[in-house]
Design a protein around this ligand. Structure first.
Ligand SMILES: [Zn+2]
Length: 202
């Protein structure tokens, strides 16, 4: 099943290619929003907001111990090393082609709160208000609980930081009725869907 979602960037967003520190005008990689970052941020956000759903581990050795006889819900949904079934979903983020801007920043030393020597650098940013689309390909259709957890993870993105400081909003474009034909939606699913049918922050 495919679910189309839309992200809206609320702040100046730098994810890839922005962290190099050096002299002005260093060449940058093409700015992109890696799908794996979005998925990683969803996982971190939901593990922090719903700690009971997550084993809190990412190291393969410790995971096995934490899981015992059955993996935690977050690992079932997002996948984990040596998993037989793989993750319940993948996410593909459309790349933002336009709307990139260069800004010049100065790197501040965390300890002294002063600019570091030679620390002027440029970053490519995506301006606030830019929207980008993503497709979630979901395969655990017979598990409403895990699907609800996916919706919680999307909601959690609205309260989390992407990259260093950026905030994003998210809404689901695919209609609830369409999804509930394929998944046994319960009251919780419907409520989550309603809350995701439009942007939270406007
Ligand atoms: Zn786990």
């Amino acid at each position: 099943m495919e679910i189309i979602i839309l992200f809206k960037n609320l702040t100046s967003l730098t994810i890839a290619g922005g962290s190099a520190i050096g002299i002005v005008d260093i060449p940058f990689n093409e700015l992109g929003i890696p799908s794996s970052s979005i998925k990683g941020v969803m996982r971190t956000a939901i593990s922090n907001l719903l700690p009971n759903a997550s084993c809190g581990e990412i190291e393969p050795g410790r995971l096995e111990k934490a899981h015992g006889s059955s993996p935690c819900d977050v690992c079932k949904l997002f996948g984990y090393p040596n998993s037989k079934d793989g993750a319940c979903f993948t996410i593909l983020v459309d790349q933002v082609k336009e709307e990139k801007h260069l800004i010049t920043r100065v790197s501040i030393d965390d300890k002294t709160q002063k600019a570091k020597d030679g620390s002027l650098f440029t970053q490519q940013i995506i301006k606030p208000g830019v929207e980008f689309k993503a497709t979630i390909i979901y395969k655990c259709e017979n598990d409403a609980k895990l699907f609800n957890l996916l919706l919680y993870s999307l909601s959690a993105l609205r309260y989390w930081r992407l990259g260093r400081n950026a905030m994003i909003d998210v809404k689901v474009l695919t209609k609830k009725d369409e999804v509930c034909k394929k998944i046994k939606c319960n009251d919780e699913t419907e409520k989550l869907f309603d809350s995701l049918s439009d942007y939270l922050w406007g």
